[in-house]
Design a protein around this ligand. Structure first.
Ligand SMILES: [Zn+2]
Length: 216
């Protein structure tokens, strides 16, 4: 086989391998390959190279896909963590209690003291003050009306003469614009008191709800 013929065929081989040469060239190459082992070998090598490079492409693609999967998993985990943190933070914020402002929450209207004929005192609450989201914090005061703090705190027993209440409300309940009328509450309180007051820790002031009638 002449080298010249082989050179000409080899020039055509890439086109032949990709099946893009003319019908005429194709026939010439096919005929030549049938007779020339060297050119057949060249075509084989050419086809192998294409296959190898395709394999390399696929494994690179797989690596990229795996990386994308890892990134997706990390992003999902981070989003879940943020969501859980946000929900927990939101819940903690919502259930944190805060005081009910005397003026804003109509304490004068919703909280009063009733006295039975036998002298028993009742703290009566309605409206916002009796809502499920509200708590009553008892407190003690001295005879001069100065606030002494909650009962679990240290205070001078000799001085105490007043019984106070502080109402606390969940923060989330404070966002509700309408008045909540849950149920009326009557809480029995000590009857050896000179007065009962509401301690407003929003303004740090005491409002007297009931005072002992001067004995005749
Ligand atoms: Zn040849």
């Amino acid at each position: 086989m002449s080298q010249k013929k082989c050179d000409m065929i080899r020039d055509l081989l890439p086109l032949y391998a990709d099946s893009v040469c003319s019908e005429e060239s194709r026939k010439a190459v096919t005929d030549h390959l049938a007779e020339c082992a060297e050119c057949r070998e060249m075509l084989n090598k050419m086809n192998q190279k294409v296959a190898i490079s395709a394999d390399t492409d696929i494994s690179a693609l797989k690596k990229i896909k795996r990386r994308i999967r890892l990134i997706k998993a990390a992003v999902t985990a981070a989003a879940l963590l943020l969501l859980c943190g946000g929900l927990f933070g939101g819940y903690m914020w919502a259930v944190t209690d805060c005081s009910m402002d005397y003026e804003k929450y109509n304490i004068a209207e919703d909280v009063h003291v009733e006295e039975d004929s036998d002298g028993t005192l009742w703290l009566c609450m309605q409206g916002n003050a009796s809502a499920l989201s509200c708590y009553v914090y008892p407190t003690i005061s001295d005879t001069n009306g100065g606030h002494m703090g909650y009962p679990d705190q240290q205070f001078d027993k000799e001085k105490k003469a007043g019984y106070g209440v502080t109402l606390r409300m969940f923060r989330i309940a404070k966002l509700v614009p309408w008045k909540v009328n849950a149920y009326e509450q009557r809480i029995k309180i000590r009857n050896d008191l000179q007065y009962v007051f509401y301690y407003d820790d929003a303004t740090n002031t005491e409002h007297v709800l009931w005072g002992e009638k001067p004995s005749a």
